[in-house]
Design a binder for this molecule. Structure first.
Ligand code: ADP
Ligand code: MG
Length: 230
């Protein structure tokens, strides 16, 4: 589904060069729940940002279903982000002055091919799925961290993206809320056949992943099917 070859991202700060990613080659397979793991500073976020078109590689190629992402114009990249990708961040990134329902419908409203009824129906459906339909008129701050993260997952899912990217989505949650979030990812992966790429450095999250790519110093140090997962 996504072929990533020899991806490099070098940050230059004055005379200092940081090789955040140093030649990463992996394929992402449709329908898998892939975990990107590794120590802090190993390049996980950099890789996720490159895959999600939130940053450009220094060199290397990313090909999604035949389209080379490096050849896209800025406008085409924006369309890709909006129509094909969903994002979940560590700090939820909900809009504080919008209700749960408004936050969830936002990506659907940005698209030109959704009428009001479709946006309402899709938003309601996904809010029911995450178990927060009855909280739809609340503001984010009136919810717990775990609930806010589930709202951000609903927002990422409302456009039924080809790929869902999540960067340490449980980093600010206790283990009980982390489990709820991971169980929700598992459910949408299994029931909605959603491809998920999730970054984590918590060893116990491994049990949720079908496959684990471990990074170290910007390189892939292992890429293994998870015998214990699923
Ligand atoms: P991880 O998510 O695994 O903790 P990152 O991808 O955030 O790792 O960072 C990989 C390396 O790149 C680290 O050494 C980090 O300090 C460096 N880095 C990340 N972002 C920047 C940036 N914007 N400018 C300079 N160096 C950066
Ligand atoms: Mg990171």
């Amino acid at each position: 589904m996504i072929e990533i070859s020899e991806l490099r991202r070098i940050y230059r700060m004055g005379d200092v060069e940081v090789k955040a990613l140093d030649g990463v080659t992996i394929d992402i397979i449709k329908g898998e729940f892939l975990g990107i793991m590794g120590a802090s500073g190993s390049g996980k976020t950099t890789l996720l940002h490159l895959l999600g078109l939130l940053d450009d590689p220094t060199t290397g190629r990313i090909v999604i279903e035949g389209t080379d992402l490096c050849n896209l114009t800025d406008y085409e990249k924006t369309m890709f982000r909006l129509y094909k990708f969903g994002y979940v961040f560590q700090d939820y990134a909900l809009v504080p002055d919008l209700t749960v329902m408004e936050n969830v419908s936002l990506p659907a409203m940005l698209r030109k091919d959704r009428d009001d009824q479709k946006i309402l129906d899709d938003s309601h459906d996904i809010l029911k799925k995450i178990g927060l339909f009855d909280r739809r008129d609340h503001l984010p701050r009136e919810l717990s961290g775990g609930q806010q993260q589930r709202v951000s997952i609903a927002r990422a899912m409302v456009n039924k993206p080809d790929i869902l990217f999540a960067d340490e989505p449980c980093a600010n949650l206790d283990s009980e809320n982390s489990r709820m979030v991971l169980d929700l990812f598992r459910e949408i992966n299994e029931e909605m056949k959603q491809t998920i790429v999730m970054v984590s450095h918590e060893p116990w999250h491994q049990e949720y992943f079908h496959r684990i790519v471990k990074l170290g110093d910007g390189k892939v140090i292992s890429d293994e099917i998870n015998g214990h997962g699923k």
